[in-house]
Design a protein around this ligand. Structure first.
Ligand SMILES: Cc1cc2nc3c(=O)[nH]c(=O)nc-3n(C[C@H](O)[C@H](O)[C@H](O)COP(=O)(O)OP(=O)(O)OC[C@H]3O[C@@H](n4cnc5c(N)ncnc54)[C@H](O)[C@@H]3O)c2cc1C
Length: 377
């Protein structure tokens, strides 16, 4: 069978590995926008922002994660339907690619391109971005402001405050508690707040700043929160407002009204895009938001794989298994780093020591790359 995987992020790589495990005969083409040819699961970005040299460890070649998939860099996806994907190639030429099955794994877009690269930049471009952020922080006179106290914002401000103790750091978080989506949230909030305060970070919860739509590095500016608190900063990173990335036109019925992610069923099939069950279209990962935000890859991959096994055997996904089994993120263990010297984990109870031991050294990359992709760092 011929498969096309769109997106070479966390779930795209796992999809390739799943197809490779199905049969040695299958032909797999991976379409990746831009020029990204390395593993990038975003987890390391807060550390890379202060330690850009770590890209050489964090960004491993995609060829280490799969055996025989063919990576094609593209400019744009124009259309996806049963059996075909229309692309604009890197020379600007429109092409139609045919496949028996298509897997969409295009992730999310976030307001901060520093914290999440959905455009598929090269390793060199990402390195340059991280260097220019670090230089801006190093030269900051007015201070660094991070907006959004979820995992990304909390980790980023802690990295900055750890490596640049003389720079004024402020975190503004709309909810009363940090770490939305974390299990045992109120205890995790307390454990993490204590560490942020110790690092000298000014954490403002239960307040927000309107009208900032992108990261900023430049001359000093004053930002005013809804409650009237004035904050001076010359570096601002937006860690709010991520949304599913659906970079080609689809009908309204293909998008979930609440999550804005792609509608899929229990087999991760996008039946509104791939209407022909003999030429199925699956969607996995953050572009679906299926089962909630921050899903673990295993549940999506398992559900898709059993559907693929049925498809390979019967030539159709009709009456195939619907084996999706999701544990909401509030029930999953949450592991957060607080700079190089801090951290927190929810298991067995919210505590800093174990969190630090498991994550702060390399953000858990060595463990995750081995467990998820069989890639040794
Ligand atoms: C800073 C940060 C820290 C995080 N920390 C954690 C953590 O500790 N634990 C955890 O479980 N999760 C964490 N996450 C979330 C995790 O990164 C995502 O859940 C995961 O990456 C989702 O994988 P995905 O394959 O769906 O999307 P992505 O990994 O985003 O991959 C999508 C891929 O599709 C490509 N693409 C986009 N558009 C197109 C197109 N038109 N054509 C082709 N390719 C395209 C993108 O360039 C990208 O390579 C973190 C996220 C961020 C931003």
């Amino acid at each position: 069978m011929k498969y096309i995987v769109i997106g070479a992020g966390w779930f795209g790589i796992r999809a390739v590995q799943a197809i490779e495990s199905l049969s040695a005969e299958s032909e797999i083409t991976v379409l990746q926008v831009g020029s990204k040819d390395y593993i990038d699961i975003s987890i390391a970005n807060p550390r890379l922002a202060v330690e850009p040299e770590m890209v050489d460890v964090a960004y491993q070649p995609l060829t280490k994660a799969w055996k025989r998939a063919n990576l094609i860099h593209i400019h744009e996806i124009k259309h996806v339907s049963s059996g075909e994907v229309i692309i604009i190639d890197t020379n600007g030429i429109e092409k139609t690619l045919e496949a028996d099955g298509v897997i969409i794994a295009t992730g999310t877009v976030q307001k901060s391109s520093l914290m999440k690269d959905s455009k598929g930049k090269s390793k060199e471009d990402r390195y340059a971005e991280f260097i220019s952020f670090r230089n801006a922080v190093q030269n900051s006179k007015a201070g660094v402001l991070v907006i959004g106290g979820g995992m990304t914002g909390t980790e980023l401000i802690a990295e900055v405050a750890t490596d640049f103790p003389d720079v004024k750091c402020t975190l503004v978080n709309k909810p009363e508690l940090l770490l939305a989506g974390s299990s045992k949230r109120s205890s995790m909030h307390k454990v993490v707040m204590k560490q942020l305060t110790k690092l000298g970070i000014n954490v403002i919860n239960n307040d927000y700043i309107e009208d900032v739509n992108e990261d900023y590095m430049g001359g000093p500016k004053t930002f005013t929160t809804k409650k009237g608190v004035k904050i001076d900063a010359d570096v601002v990173i937006l860690c709010v407002g991520g949304r599913p990335n659906i970079p080609f036109p689809v009908g309204d019925d293909a998008i979930d009204e609440t999550t804005r992610g792609l509608v899929v069923n229990g087999a991760m099939l996008c039946e509104n895009i791939g209407v022909d069950p003999t030429k199925p279209v699956w969607a996995i990962g953050d572009c679906t938001q299926y089962g909630g935000r921050g899903m673990f890859a295993d549940a999506h991959i398992k559900a898709m794989l059993s559907s693929m096994v049925h498809f390979e055997k019967h030539g159709s996904t009709k009456a195939g298994p619907m084996s999706y089994n999701h544990k909401p993120s509030e029930e999953c263990p949450c592991l957060v780093s607080v700079g190089r010297r801090g951290g927190a984990i929810t298991l067995p109870f919210p505590n800093a020591m174990l969190g630090r031991a498991l994550k702060s050294k390399d953000l858990g990359l060595k463990f995750i790359y081995n467990a998820q992709f069989k890639v040794k760092l």
